[in-house]
Each structure stands twice: as C-alpha cells, then as structure tokens.
Design a protein around this ligand. Structure first.
Ligand code: UGA
Length: 436
C-alpha cells in the first residue's frame, strides 16, 4: 500500500516507520524542513527506543521517505494518516486547528480515491467533521472516506507498542474504508476491532481515562494506607492476582503526567459537559491527581522550618523514564514550589535536563537557584534533603548507603517508592514514600 503520514511527532513518525517495517511504502510529511533533513540523515527528532534503527533500515530499503512537499505525497496515496497534535486549550478542550489544516491540504491535493485516517486523539464526532470539511473543500471528483484509528502507544515503548499492540481499533462508516484499513494492518498479525467512527474515538478516551482513574484510585488508597497503617505495595500485590483487576497500572506515586492522561481526562470532561453531563468518576481522577503531585512536598514542608538556602537534590525530572518529555511532569510543580521558597536545587536527569533548562535555566530562578549535574551522587553531595520524581534505572540503582554517606542529612522523599523501607532504615536514611 502507498501510505502518507501527516505529522512526525510520536504518533505520526512511529506509525510511519512501523508501516514501512511491515512492507508498505510510506511518505512522512512535516512542515519543518530542518526536521525532514534530520530524519533523512537517519536521526530521530524524538527520543524513542529502536526508532532510529528502524528509520535507517527502512529508509535504506527505499520504503520510507520524508518530505515537506505534501502535494506530491498526498496526491497518490491509498491512505493518508493524520498524526498531528491536538493540544489542550485553556478550557480543557482539544485544539483541532492542526487537523483542520491537514484536512484542507488533503482536500486540495488528492487526485484519486483514498481513505483519510485520523490517528490523533480527537473528541467524539471529529471524524464526521473532518469528512465534511474535506468534502467542502474537495477540488477533484474523487472518493474520500474518513476513518478513525486511534493509537495506544506509550512514550518510551512506542515502537514495541505499535508492532505488538494489544489491539488495532478501526472506526469506519463504509466497507471501502474498512477494507483498506484491514489490508494495511493485516501484516501486523494483531487482533483488529472494527467499529463505527464514534465508538473508535470513544475507545481511545475511555481507555486512557480508565488508566488515569486506575492510577488515581491507587493513589487515593495509598493515602488512606498511610493514615491507616497499611502498605500500598502489599495491597497492590494482593489485588494484582485478581485477573479482573490485573497487575498493571497499580503503582501509586506522585500522580500521572505526560501529554496524554492529563489532556484526555480534561477533554472528556469537557465533551461530557457539552452534552450537559458531568463525568464524576473522571473529575475525581483529575482532582486526586492534582493534589497527589505535591503531596510529598507538603510532607517535607511540614517537617522543615524553611527551604531557604537548603541544598535540595532532585532526582528525575521527566514524567516517566524512557522519555525526555516534561509535559505535566510532577517535577515541574514541585521544583516551582521549592524555588519559590528559596531552595538551592541540584537536579539530575539522564535525558530531561536540557528540556528542563528551557523553563528553568541554570542559576538563579524565582527565589532560589538550580544547578544541573550529571550523576545522582553529584546531586546528593552535601544535600540537606532529596526528592525523587522519576524512576530512572540510574536513580533506582543508587544504593541506600549512598544517601547516608553522601548527603549532609540523609532525608529522602521518594515519589516512586523505589526503596525497601527496612533497607533504608537499616542504612540510616530518614525515608518518606507514598502509601507505606
Ligand atoms: C499513555 C497510555 O499508556 C498509552 O496507551 C496511550 O496511547 C498514550 O497515553 C497516548 O494517549 O498517546 P504515556 O502517557 O506515554 O501513554 O505514558 P504511561 O506509561 O501510560 O504513563 C502515564 C503516567 O502515568 C506517567 O506519569 C506514569 O508515571 C504514571 N503511572 C503509570 C503511574 O503513576 N502509575 C502506574 O502504575 C502507571
């Protein structure tokens, strides 16, 4: 199949590369000339395991192309996938202007029948509007069908999640579109669930919001564990054996972040309100998450008279390991509070520091300072207190005695429950975690 993909972010680029990997001919379209050159030279614009290797392999095999020239890409495609961003707007709704821009380009350039596939996460009913929009602007007499094909990849494991997805969801309104999509996905050998467009759009939101709810539920229970003397890890383990609950996404911590759960929970709340309906479960998940992010800071704030001129080690900045993404990362909320209170922060993150510097440049910020260091040990050296925000392996592997030996006062607030309580106690560390 001849496939074009609009947008080379996480969704578009990974999809394009994986389509090429299973044998399709793929052209990835992006407006950014520099980015296209970078990709042609075999460099991925995003940090993602296995991606560069597959980019280079499929580019060399002639199955994968990159271009800014959308006209020549779109005019001859069997299918055009839209994988551009749908960022959150101040009122919680999704910004669809990038999708609209691509839809219009498609309408003005296609020269043969094709299926336009929306991969970006979009509110229920958007595919109908995209189809109408394309019809309104269509220049030639060709048949364009719009289909929904939400993606379920997680950052850091995007390639694996795509090539070995739990399921492929296709939402179509015609046999023609269904047939084209089934043909595209046939070589993946994965279960395909074929539904109508609105159901496909809803499956994506319902899945993400369910996972966000699962995490917030565990955080809620973790907070109750702390008050009542139970241990959330033991509780989660006990729950995990029940197949109806499942063992995944039961880790309590400092709240979910990233570009998806925070955005998709708010977008579904917004959508529900448009229909005059209040989605109370999702609202609860959002509220719990907001408070959870700074719970550890509040605990530390109760213990210390002041953070002014205290040396604070911050281990981990990204919203999760395996990515350089800082969007909605709990570290952002906590670092802001610490800097406001005059802390001198020594921050370590194996890949996220460069992005963090965009917001907080090295040196003075608010009432405090921030220094970026290249190892956890450097951050801990002489520190009065340590906060752990991301479970990177490089942080997980710091032995308990290192905190005791390196810090001025070994006081650790761990938002990811990386350590065994007894081991930390044995090492003489004053250790606070979540729900234990
Ligand atoms: C999420 C979904 O997992 C993907 O299926 C979906 O395709 C994607 O959103 C999307 O909509 O594009 P992602 O945001 O990359 O993927 O990351 P996750 O691994 O799901 O983690 C999200 C957040 O939840 C992280 O902050 C993580 O630390 C937190 N989390 C996860 C927990 O606090 N506890 C857990 O048990 C699991």
């Amino acid at each position: 199949m001849n496939i074009s993909v609009a947008g080379t972010g996480y969704v578009g680029l990974v999809a394009g590369v994986c389509f090429a990997e299973v044998g399709h001919t793929v052209t990835c379209v992006d407006v950014d000339e520099e980015k296209v050159k970078l990709m042609e030279s075999g460099v991925s614009p995003i940090y993602e395991a296995d991606l560069e290797e597959l980019m280079q392999k499929n580019y060399a095999a002639g199955r994968l192309h990159y271009t800014t020239d959308y006209k020549s890409a779109y005019k001859n495609s069997d299918a055009i996938f839209i994988g551009v961003g749908t960022p959150e707007q101040p009122d919680g709704s999704a910004n669809l202007s990038y999708i609209a821009a691509v839809a219009r380009q498609i309408a003005e350039t296609v020269e043969r029948d094709c299926v336009v596939v929306v991969k970006s996460t979009v509110p229920i009913g958007t595919n109908d509007k995209v189809e109408q929009f394309i019809q309104d602007f269509l220049v030639r007499d060709v048949r364009i069908e719009v289909a929904s094909n939400p993606e379920f990849l997680a950052q850091g494991t995007a390639v694996r999640d795509t090539l070995r997805a739990a399921r492929i969801i296709i939402g179509t309104e015609s046999e023609y579109a269904e047939k084209v999509l089934k043909e595209i996905y046939e070589p993946f050998g994965l279960p395909i669930v074929s539904v109508n467009r609105r159901s496909a759009e809803m499956i994506k939101y319902a899945s993400n919001d369910f996972l966000a709810l699962k995490i917030s539920y565990m955080n809620d229970i973790a907070n109750l564990c702390e008050l009542s003397g139970a241990n959330i890890e033991d509780v989660a383990k006990g729950m995990s054996f029940d197949e109806r609950i499942g063992g995944k996404f039961l880790n309590a911590g400092i709240g979910y972040g990233g570009s998806c759960f925070p955005k998709d929970t708010k977008a579904l709340q917004y959508l529900a309100r448009q229909y005059g309906y209040e989605l109370r479960t999702v609202t609860a998940a959002v509220d719990v998450n907001k408070e959870q992010k700074t719970r550890l800071f509040q605990k530390a704030n109760d213990r210390f008279i002041t953070f002014n001129r205290l040396k604070v080690a911050v281990l981990g900045l990204t919203f999760k390991p395996g990515t350089d993404d800082l969007r909605e990362a709990p570290s952002l909320d906590n670092v802001a509070l610490l800097l406001e209170r005059g802390a001198d922060i020594y921050a370590y993150d194996p890949v996220g520091a460069e992005n963090f510097k965009q917001k907080y440049p090295e040196g003075e910020n608010l009432n405090g300072t921030i220094t970026y260091v290249s190892s956890p040990e450097e951050a801990l050296d002489g520190a009065n207190v340590c906060f752990i925000f991301t479970e990177w392996p490089q942080i997980r592997s710091v032995a308990p005695r290192v905190y005791q030996e390196t810090m001025r006062t070994p006081i650790v607030y761990d938002g990811r429950n990386l350590y065994d309580l007894k081991e930390m106690k044995r090492a003489g560390v004053d250790y606070y975690s979540i729900g234990r």
